[in-house]
Design a protein around this ligand. Sequence first.
Ligand code: GLY
Length: 357
Amino acid sequence: MERIRIDATRCYDVIIGGGVLSQIGKLTASLVKGRRCAVVSDDTTHELFFEDVRRLLEASGFSVADFVIPHGEESKNAENYLKLLEFLADENLTRADCVIALGGGVVGDLTGFAAASFLRGISFIQIPTTLLAAVDSSVGGKTAINLRAGKNLAGAFYQPSLVLCDTEIIKSLPPEIFSDGMAEVIKYGVLGNWHILDLCHMGAYEHLEELIAECIRIKRDIVAQDEFDLGIRQLLNLGHTPAHAIEKLSNFKISHGHAVAIGMCHMARAAEHLLLCAAGIAAEIEELCRKYSLPTECIYNTEELALYAMSDKKRSSGKITLVFPFVRGKSELHTFDVSELRSIFEKGFLPSIPEMF
Ligand code: GLY
């Protein structure tokens, strides 16, 4: 088992290991004063895990309210956000109580934003049930819902009180959901620690606890320096500018992880052709994406990508900050005029450059 302390406006532990879900009742009781909690899940995670979570919480003296949303990105909307707030009010939750997000990134982001705003802030706990949520969205306090204009456009920085990541749950995922999370794992290797990619070459299932912990350690160090995403935290957006465009263009038929894989390969190829990155990096990212059944090529054209990227949150005053791989285990931020975006994206369609020696 790994326990990683996150140092932010609220300090909390991320606990990672096989079977740690069994501690949910005891840990929640040690963190909150009240004995009422609302568990938010989607129809899939509800069916698989809710009864266990309810039983464990009740055994620790909690009464449990149960809020379920349909699975999928479309659920991360203003309507479900308001429904959840009304539900918490109807269930008479107080600031001494807590909300638990039992699910992937959609459940976590929506629940976190509701927790941030209900009664101006109620404790919440993340139980990530996907690899993607485990290594990225459950940690660091970004909460949000989507607006018509784009992803995550309304939200708050609001840290959970605990993240409980049970690797047995993550290992039980269908292969395509596991693969989706591997895109974020590969991202952490590219931007912060190439050892993660060595572990990916060896086999993610076999090294899962170590892999998740290594990703969280990178995120911990970045969040400690820039909780509110004003500088270095933008490194975590490697591949995300094209990825958000790809998700939107596909009407969310292309999942976040698949879009991140494409976006990361695209930006790595662009970086090599812009001479911002060592040759060979893009080919290795592509190889690992293929190993985990992730796509590497963008089916949309430069114009389409650029159009959606214009509404990106990372754009301000005619400038956009993009993340590019630099050398193995290190990425860098570069700020460009938005008028340069098309020619940058264009380079991502060129083939990766092989390592010379
Ligand atoms: N998912 C990117 C971040 O937490 O900043």
